[in-house]
Design a binder for this molecule. Sequence first.
Ligand code: AVI
Length: 309
Amino acid sequence: MPPGANLAFHDLAPDDESFRDAVLAGLGRRPKELPCKLFYDAHGSALFEQICDAPEYYLTRTETAILEAYADEIAGHIGPHCRLIELGSGASRKVRILLDALDRPAAYVPVDISRERLREVVAVCADYTRPFGLPPLPGRPGKRVGFFPGSTIGNFEPEAVVQFLGNYAKLLGHGGEMLIGVDLKKDPKVLNSAYNDAAGLNAAFNLNLLVRINRELGGDVDLDRFQHHAFYNEAEGRVELYIKSLADQIVGIAGRRFRFAADELIHTENSYKYAIPEFRALAARAGFSAVETWTDPAELFSVHYLRQG
Ligand code: AVI
């Protein structure tokens, strides 16, 4: 941070459902499922960073290229003295592109992890998928602008997108605007290889859930008897991730026994892909209208700038 700049930290994190409760509940359902938020222990987060660099996983580098190409235009929409509020930060390279282009941003508010540079950094620890309030923000009162890159929005069900954007609108307040990265619909071959990379990073990321279960819940899962399974479901417009049982087997987890039939699937994630008008329609239901949408030349990925009203 520059001299004279400040860092403040606010912990608004709720007591979370434990990993154990989430796993036992999810494996008790029919069909079995495990929520994708469980992917992100330290090892899962490191694997996700590696996925972002995989040649088949075009999302991260394409979004970064769009932000680089249009940074000045985006900064023009945002204007001076903004307070930039990033939900689920962690992609420091992307926000840095934006911060470098912005005209005297007043505050950077990463919700979930601390960050450097700027007049003021107000780090907030919160579960941003639920409503929460921001602490008073310092600096000259410029626009509040939300930044939600990475197509993380694609991991929400469409109804949850509307809910989330509605909460975000309240958080930003009247006149608040947002910049959001959204993966586009495209040739299923491109999507299938993005989620089934040759180096096996997506597989390791998905199956890390079983590694966590063995380590944290005293599980006896034989990793050789499960497999990563991911494909683009064109009718639903989403990539679906599953862990597939390769045998009829009984597994012990946290003192309980779970039966898996051969070929039985545990659903672990959906990653929705939206054509530009589809995403705009969802945003409109949360009270946002599109100011501008940028894409890369191959139209793999989109970055939407939205305003309320
Ligand atoms: C975090 N999120 C946007 C990733 C995605 O592409 O949906 C998570 C992921 N799942 C498998 N690979 C990456």
